[in-house]
Design a binder for this molecule. Structure first.
Ligand code: SF4
Length: 521
């Protein structure tokens, strides 16, 4: 429409110009000028239109170029992002692959171990005599088996990996919120019957197969916990381990290594041991447990049948207990212990303070002689006999040990006037051995609390050997003596102020009212 109007204007203008020329120069000249002007105007208009289209086209091309550059940038960014994603996927796949490979290696080594153990031990093992199974409902296939067949069935279940893991929920009250699962293992016989722990432990343990069962249980626990914690990080699993496994020199180092790789599960796995197993495991077991604890894993103790005394509490009260007998060196300690038989430490210290100033070696003591020595120790009971013994043992030390105090129980017990208790004290105090010398105080405390009851001091000492955790053995002797001397006293023990009163099993504990007016300590 606009074009038509422009052309009309050009036509009108050219006609007017041609008419004007025609008036002066005649019609042909006017027509010629009008036609020329019209054609010229059309030409101009066409040129203007072409330039406009060119400018428009140039703008379109510039827009396209910009769009293209933006697309290229976006493509680069997408490419980079995909590369990063690929790298992340590869890294994750490789980490998972390594984990799977590590787990498979552990599984492989466990299975190899199974085979070795089963062929080395179980096949050669004569099954122990068992009490008859308590009938629990109808007789099953297992009830029909004798002990050799049952051992063979257990062996086959382990060889063929028929070990199942059962998870028993543990809830917190009163909300009944699920907090933990207890992982329990069951074996399956060939016919599908379930062999309960009460049935297989009695046979598998003496045959050395418990660590094989535990191996599988532990490995599966880790897998299950890993799956569980993907959804619920606040649920843990109690994993029971037998005492045999705890001290198994072949298995446990591998297991510790495996747990070190899985230490991210420390908050979710609790390793549980029976009290009896812990006591039997001794120093090696404690070392293994300490390593597990250092990785952050929680430990639990079940089947507790004695908590008569807690050494941690005694330690808290007396972190570095010392013998109250005063001495200058191993020799004077030996003399002081010999003199302390049926005497108080206080009385012995009073006599030995001036004596040791002039006689602190066997040679000086021998030079002093029985008579002068008697003068120094006459305030101590049985002093005549003790003076003879001290001189005789000093001579023996010079003759047999070059004047030094020997470091073995046998050599110490061979000295005149020295018995088992003297040897234990000297070994413990002078040489840092974990011996426990039982005196009248320890004897009383152990029988009262039921920590290590016994009819004589030797029975109590052997009981303590078994029951005192290795960590506390070095100072147990002192803690117990001091506890007996100042708290668990003979006539009226200070039970209301005793740090282990809640654990102590003494039935005649002193009541608070009975102590009123009596000074503690
Ligand atoms: S003082 Fe009492 S509570 Fe403490 S150990 Fe002795 S008898 Fe037991």
């Amino acid at each position: 429409m606009v074009q038509v109007l422009i052309v009309a204007i050009y036509l009108f203008g050219s006609a007017a110009a041609g008419g004007a020329v025609g008036l002066f120069a005649g019609l042909p000249a006017g027509a010629f000028v009008g036609a020329t002007l019209f054609l010229f105007a059309l030409q101009m208009q066409a040129g203007h239109g072409a330039r406009k289209q060119k400018r428009h086209a140039a703008r379109e091309i510039a827009n396209l170029k910009r769009a293209n550059a933006a697309i290229e940038i976006a493509l680069h960014e997408t490419h980079d992002a995909m590369e990063e994603m690929n790298k992340a996927i590869e890294a994750r796949a490789s980490a998972q692959g390594q984990k799977i490979v590590a787990e498979l290696q552990v599984l492989e080594s466990l299975m190899r171990e199974f085979a070795g153990r089963i062929s080395d031990k179980a096949k050669a093992e004569t099954p122990p005599a068992l009490e008859p199974h308590a009938a629990d409902g109808a007789r099953t296939y297992l009830d029909t088996l004798g002990e050799p067949e049952l051992l063979e069935t257990i062996r086959a279940s382990l060889e063929e990996n028929r070990v199942d893991l059962y998870l028993q929920p543990i809830v917190s009250l009163p909300q009944r919120k699920l907090r933990y699962y207890e992982a329990l293992s069951r074996l399956r016989a060939e016919d599908g019957s379930v062999i309960m722990p009460a049935q297989y432990i009695k046979i598998a343990a003496p045959a050395g197969l418990m660590s094989v069962v535990d191996n599988l249980l532990l490995f599966r626990c880790v897998q299950i916990v890993r799956r569980l914690t993907q959804k619920h990080r606040d649920i843990g699993v109690f994993c029971n381990i037998s005492g045999d496994t705890l001290t198994d020199a072949e298995f446990f180092p591998q297991f510790l290594d495996y747990m070190q790789h899985n230490r991210d599960l420390a908050g979710q796995i609790v390793f549980e041991f029976g009290q009896d197993a812990l006591v039997k495991a001794g120093a090696k077991g404690e070392e293994n447990l300490a390593f597990l604890a250092s990785l952050g894993f929680a430990l639990s103790m079940d089947h507790v049948d004695t908590l008569a005394l807690d050494f941690a509490r005694l330690k808290k009260m007396m972190p570095e207990p010392r013998t109250e007998l005063q001495s200058l060196n191993p020799y004077t300690l030996l003399v002081a212990v010999v003199l302390s038989a049926q005497a108080t430490d206080k009385g012995v210290n009073k006599a030995t303070a001036p004596l040791f100033k002039i006689a602190d070696t066997p040679e000086k003591m021998v030079a002093l002689g029985v008579e002068k020595l008697t003068g120094y120790i006459k305030t101590i009971g049985l002093y005549r006999n003790k003076a003879k013994n001290v001189i005789a043992l000093s001579k023996l030390l010079i003759e047999r040990h070059g004047g030094a105090v020997p470091r073995t129980r046998e050599e110490l017990e061979a000295l005149p006037g020295a018995g088992r208790k003297t040897a234990n004290v000297v070994l413990n105090v002078a040489f840092g051995e974990k011996t426990i010398a039982v005196d009248t105080h320890i004897f009383r405390v152990c029988n009262r609390t039921n920590l290590a009851p016994g009819k004589n001091v030797l029975a109590v000492e052997l009981g303590l050997e078994k029951k005192v955790p290795d960590t506390y053995k070095l100072h147990a002797h002192h803690w117990l003596i001091l506890h007996g001397r100042y708290t668990c006293v003979a006539r009226k023990p200070l039970c209301p102020t005793c740090v282990v009163r809640d654990l102590c099993r003494y039935k005649d504990k002193t009541k608070e009212v009975e102590l009123r007016g009596k000074k503690p300590g």
